[in-house]
Every structure is written in structure tokens, then in C-alpha cells.
Write a protein that binds this ligand. Structure first.
Ligand code: 572
Ligand code: ZN
Length: 351
């Protein structure tokens, strides 16, 4: 086995370096992974350019990355369901398993969760990485390692749609056609949504969303009059949406979701671009439920089933591929937005 472990390490704001780290030794119930694919998430870019998200500041040096797949290189004591050579998707959040949230099944809310690539925990944009074996999901032969890495954002979309109660025949409004809007669209269609309307300010993103099954698209502009756009949305759909899922998290998109959604519908906020917002309370009198989401919980197997069934082409989200040695180029593409990137994939052990 190689003795070197090239890793993408953040040393401060706009200071990402490729450097060698020791290869970790898998402990009890852990596996060592030869990393395959790591997708760049908006949060990785935010940590690079701002050094923090909210109060969560990077403790340098910190390896980044959490949307990942790999191949088992070594198994630690006690591991039964995986063997060397198995290809797996890596669920990045490993909870304590003991607290009330874990015991009640909401392990994603565990206050002591280890979440790979979120401060203070190192990520897995490296050549080798160790992880809890039971948070690694073996991929069927016909599911690629790229798709394995995409299960991470797809799980966010599945969780958002489950929190929203998307079901057969639902009429859904998705606000924002970025990567999270698109995985939410994919999940909503797979879960039986009859009509999905997606909005964005960027017409290229709306064109892309048609490829992923959007029934209707609507280009909105900054500084919108929400009531007027809500009426436009209702006119296009022929009805008010049952569900609105905000994948931007801005004041104007939350307000638009609340204004557009039908009485006793559900509005789910996925993105959190803004931490505070002034929102109208009247929709709540009409029994609209306003819900938030935090990552995902028990949804990796669902996302895997969705991809394995061939019902969706998540691979189509990948617009750019880079090898590990070009990690800095991959991030500068993500920051600049040059070439309209949706999902940028880094291949950790391929030149
Ligand atoms: O793929 C999971 C994921 N979660 C994100 C962002 C990007 N990717 N979250 C937004 C930021 N929060 S947080 O609580 N935090 C920095 C820990 O504000 C986590 C979820
Ligand atoms: Zn992420």
C-alpha cells in the first residue's frame, strides 16, 4: 500500500493546500477507504472563501470534503459486512449513538455528531480516509463511484421531500435551481410529484432543470413583488402548490413560498443564505406549516435505491471532473462559476 496520503487541507481563508498526511489506521468497526470521488459542496466553497459558516469557524489546518465514495482498502476489527475491494458510498455524519436524539432515531440532530469536513472535523478530500463501517453503503455493480458520491446531496433532496410530505400527485414549487434545487427536483419526481415548477434568476439553470424533469420553469428577477410572482406561479400550475421547497433560503424566496402555497400546505426551507427574515404571518393562520431541515437521516439507503433503480440520471449533475492534483483548479472553477458548474467532481486516486 502507498505510504503517502495527498489531502486538500484548508490553512485559512482562501488558503487551500495539497499536502501529504499520514494514512490513518482503521480502529474497531472502522474501515480504511482508498478514496474515489469527492464532490464539491457549496459549504466547502464557503469554508474556503469565508473561513466559516455562521458561527462554525474552520479550525486550521482542516481537510475539507464530505460528498464522497471510496473503495475498502482495509477493515478494522469487528467489521462484518464489508471486505477489501468493496465500493461504497460514505455517509459523512457519524453520531454518538447514545444521546436521546440518537436513541429516538433522529441521529442527524445528535449534538456530538462527527460530520466529516465540518469544523472541527477533518473531511475526506484525500487519497485515504477512515470511517465508521456502518456508515458506508456497498454499491451494486451497476452503480458507479461518481453516483456513490452524489448520494450525499441526493439524500438532502430526499429528506427535504419527506419533510414536505411529497407524495403521488403532489404539486410542488421549488425555489432555486442550484445543485440542491436540482436534487430536490429529482427526489420530488421520483416520489410521485405530478407537477413541479422550479424558479431561478438564472435561465441556464432553468434549462438544466428541464433535463431533470421540471414540468414548468419560471425565471424570476431580484427585487420581486412576491404576491405578483405567487399569482404567476398559481396561473402556470392552474392551482396553488401543495408544497413549496425553498432551496435558496433568502427572505424573498421564503416569502414567495409562503404567499404561493395553498391553505394547509407545507413550506420547507432547505437553504439558509440569510439567517434572519421578515416573513408574513398570515399564511400560518391558514394552517400552512413552515418547516426546516437539517441534512438527512436514514435516507442514504433510499437515495441509493433511487439511483440503483435507474429511475433517475443523477450523473447528469456532474459538469466538471478534476484529478486530485488539480484540486485548486477545481475550487477556483467553483468560486468563479466559469463554465456554469453544477457538480464538480474530484477523482482522488486517478490522474
Ligand atoms: O451536505 C450536507 C450539507 N449541509 C449543510 C451545508 C452543506 N452541506 N448545512 C448547512 C450548514 N449547517 S450548519 O449547521 N453548520 C455549519 C454545521 O450551519 C449544516 C447543514
Ligand atoms: Zn454538503
Amino acid at each position: 500500500m502507498a505510504s503517502q496520503n495527498l489531502s486538500a487541507v484548508l490553512h485559512g481563508k482562501n488558503d487551500l493546500r495539497l499536502e501529504q498526511r499520514p494514512i490513518p489506521e482503521p480502529g474497531e468497526n472502522e474501515v480504511l477507504l482508498r478514496m474515489a470521488c469527492v464532490g464539491i459542496c457549496g459549504s466547502d466553497v464557503h469554508y474556503l472563501t469565508h473561513g466559516k459558516i455562521g458561527d462554525n469557524a474552520v479550525e486550521v489546518p482542516m481537510t475539507i470534503g464530505h460528498e464522497a465514495s471510496g473503495v475498502i482498502a482495509k477493515v478494522g476489527p469487528g467489521v462484518k459486512h464489508l471486505k477489501v475491494g468493496d465500493r461504497v458510498a460514505i455517509e459523512p455524519g457519524v453520531p454518538c449513538r447514545k444521546c436521546d436524539f440518537c436513541k429516538q432515531g433522529s441521529y442527524h440532530l445528535c449534538p456530538d455528531i462527527f460530520f466529516c469536513g465540518t469544523p472541527p472535523h477533518n473531511g475526506n478530500l484525500s487519497q485515504y480516509y477512515k470511517h465508521a463501517a456502518d456508515f458506508c453503503y456497498k454499491l451494486p455493480e451497476h452503480v458507479s463511484l461518481e453516483e456513490g458520491a452524489l448520494l450525499e446531496p441526493l439524500s438532502v433532496g430526499v429528506h427535504a421531500c419527506r419533510r414536505a410530505g411529497v407524495t403521488l400527485g403532489s404539486t410542488v414549487l421549488i425555489l432555486g435551481a442550484g445543485p440542491i434545487g436540482l436534487v430536490t427536483l429529482i427526489a420530488a419526481k421520483a416520489m410521485g410529484a405530478a407537477k413541479v415548477l422550479i424558479t431561478d434568476i438564472n435561465s441556464h439553470r432553468l434549462d438544466v432543470s428541464k433535463k431533470f424533469g421540471a414540468d414548468y420553469t419560471l425565471r424570476v428577477s431580484k427585487g420581486i413583488e412576491e404576491k405578483q410572482v405567487a399569482n404567476e406561479i398559481r396561473a402556470i400550475l392552474g392551482v396553488a402548490p401543495d408544497i413549496s421547497i425553498d432551496c435558496c433560503g433568502m427572505e424573498s424566496t421564503v416569502v414567495l413560498g409562503l404567499q404561493a402555497t395553498r391553505q394547509n400546505g407545507v413550506v420547507v426551507v432547505v437553504g439558509l443564505a440569510e439567517t434572519h427574515a421578515r416573513i408574513p404571518l398570515r399564511p400560518l393562520f391558514y394552517e400552512i406549516d413552515l418547516r426546516g431541515i437539517f441534512r438527512y437521516c436514514n435516507e442514504y439507503p433510499m437515495a441509493l435505491e433511487l439511483v440503483a433503480s435507474g429511475k433517475t440520471n443523477v450523473k447528469g449533475l456532474i459538469t466538471h471532473n478534476f484529478s486530485m492534483k488539480d484540486t485548486l483548479k477545481a475550487f477556483s472553477t467553483a468560486v468563479s462559476g466559469e463554465g456554469n458548474p453544477i457538480k464538480i467532481m474530484i477523482h482522488c486516486n486517478k490522474d
